[in-house]
Design a binder for this molecule. Structure first.
Ligand code: SF4
Length: 346
């Protein structure tokens, strides 16, 4: 984790703060009503920071609307036009994502740095393998991890010239090994907080795997301060995947830890449907407990000893157990109700 810390609204990034989960709206920037609705869905799903693209002046209205309607810090994603950054700051945005090397003269960089400094707004510099400076590409030949890191630090140096250091860096590649290497290099070369992500990760299935491999391995090595799982899918799925990823690497304790066995020849109930039903029902439950759905009584309760509550499948029935001890037996069609009743008691 980075030594330096910035604040986006009330969310701290870096300095040992809890790792935050980010996502980005994918509704059209001018569809204020639809964008606000989506932002509310993200907030409900547990998103810590919401980013919105601001492609033109008209879209600045979205920032004001989001600030009024949701309680999660809002990031304006801006390319090239420094005036958009200034307008978003005036509209009360909590963080800006912009690459200072792309906005032109030093005067413009200074104007953005001053406006952000005066309003306590951090800037994320986000470089990726498709947008490297020609000189850096010429030096390395192709978008290597070092090249990505050089580019991020080059953009940061433009802000540092104006004493602006409230910076978060990201350096994403669609290649997992390059992404991981780039952040490893960055963690050696800078103390700025790091926003982790694998870019253009793909659709839900492959995107989650790539992100888990890339973001997960960095987090396990203590690198990273905020994350975004990029998916070609509903952004709510990005948030759910991000939270699950943090839980799986032991960086989030709150919420349900869900354990289920892969099923095998001993399974005599429809465990796959049962596990999916229970997981759906648990989506709204905010308790820090472990729930286990196991296929058989031979291994189930023993394998899931740590579970606060669980079920082990029998022949057309289920054995409800807690901490490895069997409590009672219910018919298969009553398992969901029985488990939910026990979970509500905890
Ligand atoms: Fe098979 Fe039982 Fe293990 Fe599930 S808990 S995989 S049913 S042995």
């Amino acid at each position: 984790m980075s030594k330096m810390m910035v604040k986006a609204g009330n969310v701290r990034i870096g300095g040992g703060a809890q790792i935050s989960v980010q996502s980005m709206l994918n509704t059209p920037a001018h569809d204020i009503e639809g964008s606000v609705l989506q932002a509310k869905r993200l907030e409900e799903a547990g998103c810590d920071i919401i980013r919105a693209a601001v492609p033109d002046m008209e879209a600045v209205k979205l920032i004001s609307a989001l600030k009024e309607e949701v309680n999660v810090p809002i990031v304006a994603d801006i390319h090239f036009d420094y005036k958009l950054a200034l307008e978003c700051v005036a509209a009360g945005v909590d963080k800006i994502r912009i690459n200072p090397g792309n906005i032109g003269s030093e005067d413009r960089v200074k104007a953005v740095a001053d406006a952000c400094r005066n309003n306590g707004i951090p800037i994320r510099i986000g470089v990726n393998s498709g947008s490297l400076e020609k000189s850096i590409l010429a030096k390395y030949g192709h978008p290597t991890a070092e090249a990505l890191c050089d580019s991020a630090l080059y953009h940061a140096s433009l802000l540092e010239k104006f004493d602006f250091t409230d910076i978060v860096l990201s350096m994403k590649s669609s290649s997992v090994p390059t992404t991981v290497k780039a952040y490893e290099v960055a963690s050696q070369r800078t103390n700025y907080p790091l926003h982790l992500g694998v870019t253009e990760a793909g659709t839900e299935y492959s995107g989650i795997i790539k992100s888990a491999a890339g973001i997960g391995s960095l987090l396990l090595h203590g690198i990273g301060d905020t994350i975004r799982v990029s998916l070609t899918a509903d952004p709510v799925k990005e948030v759910k995947a991000g939270i699950e990823l943090l839980k799986s690497v032991g960086l989030r304790e709150e919420g349900i830890r869900f354990v289920s066995c892969p099923t095998c020849g001993r399974t005599k109930i429809d465990l796959i449907s049962l596990a999916n039903d229970i997981q759906d029902k648990l989506a709204g439950v905010n308790k820090s407990i472990t729930v286990a759905i196991m296929g058989c009584a031979v291994n189930g309760p023993g394998e899931a000893k740590e579970a606060d509550i669980g079920v082990a499948g029998g022949d057309g029935c289920g054995l409800i157990f807690a901490k490895g001890e069997i409590l009672y037996k219910v018919p298969e069609d009553k398992i969901v109700d029985a488990l939910m009743e026990e979970i509500n008691k905890l």
